[in-house]
Design a protein around this ligand. Structure first.
Ligand code: ADP
Ligand code: 3PG
Ligand code: MG
Length: 400
């Protein structure tokens, strides 16, 4: 793949729409939990500032589903942004139509940053509405995609804009693609994928293809609950996506056909709620209690995953294995993280972790330094692993 980098672009005074992923995790009190995503985009943003472009940052935060929600305003990330990125002029747009941005951007200085409000407040964004894409494109000279982690979405700010503007790969996206390609082109087998987290409906549909690519597939986190229900267990009040139970059954059958070893939990850590820590119990899955929820994997499961991991040469991991924001439900993520880091350090495995929450969870326990590569992409990394051409990268092979 030939990357269209920003190497030869004259950016002085040019208006640039820059897609970043500032969808950062917050703790249960609403404080920023992890700013890795901002740190990663810094290399691109600093270069654009230094080269004198009028940079318009586009990002989403959460899933507001096409309407304004104060709690998902990008204002929530501005303080951390200001701590990381030194720039003399920042303009923060209110939630408004692109024609207002078009006027405002004429008056800002070269080397400035302008923030669009959460792009997903616009219902047109996720529909990849071509009129909206055209209006937004009229605000700029170039579109630069720096967000590998959102490139699996066929949205205006990841895909649609590339139809109307000369499009380039941002510095961070460039780094991420080069490293991932290198690992993938020299893949050491057996390969294990670990999929956890809570974005069940979007990630479960990816497992069909993923299990064709890997030798062992571990399903943990809230994702595992739906599989355990598919196996006939009662999961009490745990987070379960009822509409996906049949799909989970099919994936269990398909794993057998494809000779992929599917590893599901045998035991769980449960509680009445995350605020009732005195109710915590460790149980075998067949002993699940009806008024309880599963918030983490149990010790037998942790040991099983660690042993299986030690028999592999490459691991890809997306999704925390428990509700890591609240101790002690971060235990399985920490222990498995430590095992992976030790195996990586001893050169026994190559390890790639990805996902905003996965990185936050492992940063919290100071483990991210122990992996071969830490990507900020979650779902996108999984789709990329499947071998798909991500919509946000199609411009590299097709239109201008
Ligand atoms: P990533 O951002 O790494 O791609 P996700 O966004 O899919 O990961 O999922 C992260 C979320 O999953 C976290 O907020 C975590 O609390 C949640 N989670 C993991 N396990 C459980 C569980 N058993 N019950 C409820 N939530 C869980
Ligand atoms: C992520 O956190 O994985 C990215 O920001 C993409 O978010 P999405 O799954 O809501 O598209
Ligand atoms: Mg997440």
């Amino acid at each position: 793949m030939i990357l269209k980098t920003i190497d030869d672009l004259n950016l002085e005074g040019k208006k640039v729409l820059l897609r970043c992923d500032f969808n950062i995790p917050f703790d249960l009190q609403g404080k920023v939990l992890d700013s890795t995503k901002i740190n990663r985009h810094k290399i691109t943003i600093d270069e654009l500032i230094q080269k004198g472009s009028k940079t318009i940052i586009l990002s989403h935060l959460g899933r507001p589903k096409g309407s304004f929600q104060d709690k998902l305003s990008l204002n929530k990330v501005l303080k951390v942004f200001a701590e990381k990125i030194k720039v003399s002029e920042v303009t923060v747009m209110p939630f408004c139509k692109p024609n207002i941005l078009k006027t405002v951007i004429n008056d800002v200085s070269n080397g400035s940053i302008t923030f669009m409000e959460n792009i997903r407040f616009h219902p047109e964004e996720e529909k990849n509405d071509s009129d909206f894409a055209k209006q937004l494109a009229e605000c700029a000279d170039y579109f630069i995609n720096d967000a590998f982690s959102v490139s699996h979405r066929r949205h205006v700010s990841t895909y649609g804009l590339s139809k109307y503007l000369p499009t380039f790969v941002g510095r961070y996206l460039e780094i991420e693609l080069k490293i991932l390609d290198k690992i993938f082109n020299n893949l050491n087998k057996p390969v294990m994928a670990i999929i956890g987290g809570a974005k069940i409906s979007t990630k479960i549909t990816l497992l069909h293809n993923l299990l064709k690519k890997v030798d062992k597939l571990v399903v943990g986190g809230a994702m595992a609950n739906t599989f355990l229900v598919a196996q006939g267990y009662n999961l009490g009040k745990s987070l379960v996506e009822e509409g996906k139970v049949d799909l989970a059954k099919k994936i269990i059958d398909q794993a057998k056909e494809e000779n992929c070893e599917l590893i599901l939990p045998d035991d769980l850590v449960i509680a009445k709620s995350i605020n009732e820590l005195s109710s915590i119990e460790s149980i075998d899955i067949k002993d699940m209690k009806k008024d309880f929820s599963a918030f983490d994997l149990g010790n037998r499961t942790i040991e099983k995953i660690s042993n299986e991991m030690a028999s592999c040469r490459t691991i890809f991991w997306n999704g925390p294995l428990g509700l890591y924001e609240q101790a002690p439900f971060d235990n399985s993520t920490n222990v498995i993280g430590r095992t992976a880091a030790i195996l990586t350090k001893s050169k026994l495995i190559t390890s790639v972790i990805g996902g905003g929450d996965t990185v936050a969870a492992l940063n919290k326990s100071d483990l991210t330094g122990g992996f071969s590569f830490v990507s900020i992409a979650g779902g996108a990394l999984v789709e990329w692993l499947e071998g798909k051409v991500l919509p946000g990268l199609e411009f590299l092979s097709s239109h201008k």
